[in-house]
Design a protein around this ligand. Structure first.
Ligand SMILES: [Zn+2]
Length: 354
């Protein structure tokens, strides 16, 4: 099977995160591929790892098999190749990354040491069950290479924002919008103040981004709203900034007399900050790429990945090693076939030399 054929097979095995049956199908397909290369496959729930070679700490190649696309998307977005790009649901994020890992293991002549391919199954919802699997494997690894797409072509991702999710629940007091108006306390008015306050916490220099992504509240046009809620996405470059941001959100005070704010939620991914070992690994990666005639530079991503969990246990991580493309999570999702080939050569060389 060529790399392109493998990519087609993976895209055509749809794998939305919540769909356990489809995830088990694609998991079995991937494990058969890895076993055919001599890998010793082990499932941890729906997550799988395949070990190659033994003796010493493995180099981990990390990918995820789940996508954001619901089953049936293939009907509208079938796999197709056009103008040097392969199109289809999940083709970039990150079935092409799985192909890169499998092909690198297939092509590597003599690996520098043991290798473990890790393919998790719930990355797109924040890795609630994948997290301990990633952390456990990262602890024993000599390095973790994450095959997510790069932020830009010609880059690797060496730091990532930390992510958090918070919810605001606001209680006011219901009243008739006409004759009872003064007796009421509008939870929606309070919500409006709080949305502005949350957005004002953003700080570009610290990489702090806050977004109230969903709101709701009220029961009728002629009722002063007794309840309202908001959901917040919050990002920061460092653990300190993340902690300050969390304190600010938990410290939100109501502006209206008689309204009450309840905050819930927490950090979902710690920031991926570069350690000294991480910097050394990045420099070696850039040198190995240069030896292949590939120019690479380091980049920071405001998005999260399983690389955040791997880096947080102290293991050096390079992320964004997968092929480039465009339209992740969008209907024009596509991956560059030239980049797929280039990144496969690069990861093959990393397996042989790191
Ligand atoms: Zn991804």
């Amino acid at each position: 099977m060529t790399a392109l054929e493998l990519l087609r097979r993976l895209v055509e095995l749809e794998s939305p995160t919540a769909d356990h049956e489809r995830l088990s199908h694609i998991g079995l397909f991937i494990s058969a591929e890895l076993e055919s290369l001599g890998g010793r496959v082990e499932f941890r729930g729906r997550h799988l790892m395949a070990r190659f070679g033994d003796g010493g700490a493995p180099l981990v190649l990390a990918a995820h098999m789940d996508t954001v696309w619901p089953a049936g998307t293939l009907m509208q977005m079938p796999f197709r190749v056009d103008g040097g790009y392969a199109h289809g649901p999940g083709v970039l994020d990150m079935k092409a990354g799985i192909v890169t890992a499998i092909e690198a293991v297939r092509r590597a002549g003599s690996p520098a040491g043991p290798v473990c391919v890790l393919v998790t199954a719930d990355e797109e919802i924040g890795s609630p069950t994948g997290r301990p699997v990633v952390e456990g494997l990262a602890r024993e690894a000599r390095a973790v290479l994450v095959l997510e797409p790069p932020v830009r072509d010609g880059t690797i991702t060496t730091s990532r924002s930390g992510l958090a999710r918070y919810q605001l629940q606001i209680r006011g007091r219901a009243a008739h919008a006409g004759n009872g108006w003064r007796a009421g306390v509008s939870a929606i008015e309070e919500l409006a103040h709080q949305v502005a306050a949350v957005h004002a916490l953003a700080d570009d220099a610290a990489g702090v981004r806050t977004n109230v992504g969903q709101v709701g509240g009220g029961t009728g046009d002629n009722v002063v709203a007794a309840e309202a809620w908001a959901r917040i996405d919050a990002r920061a470059w460092t653990a300190d900034a993340q902690a300050r941001l969390e304190a600010a959100i938990y410290g939100l005070e109501p502006l209206l007399d008689g309204s009450v704010i309840e905050v819930s939620g927490a950090v979902t991914r710690p920031p991926m900050t570069q350690s000294a070992d991480g910097a050394t690994l990045a420099a070696r990666t850039i040198q190995i790429a240069a030896d292949l005639g590939i120019e690479l530079s380091e980049n920071a991503s405001p998005g999260g990945s399983d690389g955040n969990f791997a880096a947080a246990v102290g293991t050096p991580v390079i992320d964004g090693l997968g092929p480039t493309g465009a339209g992740a999570h969008a209907v024009d999702e596509r991956v560059s076939l030239e980049s797929l080939e280039e990144r496969t050569s690069l990861v093959t060389a990393l397996v042989e030399r790191l």
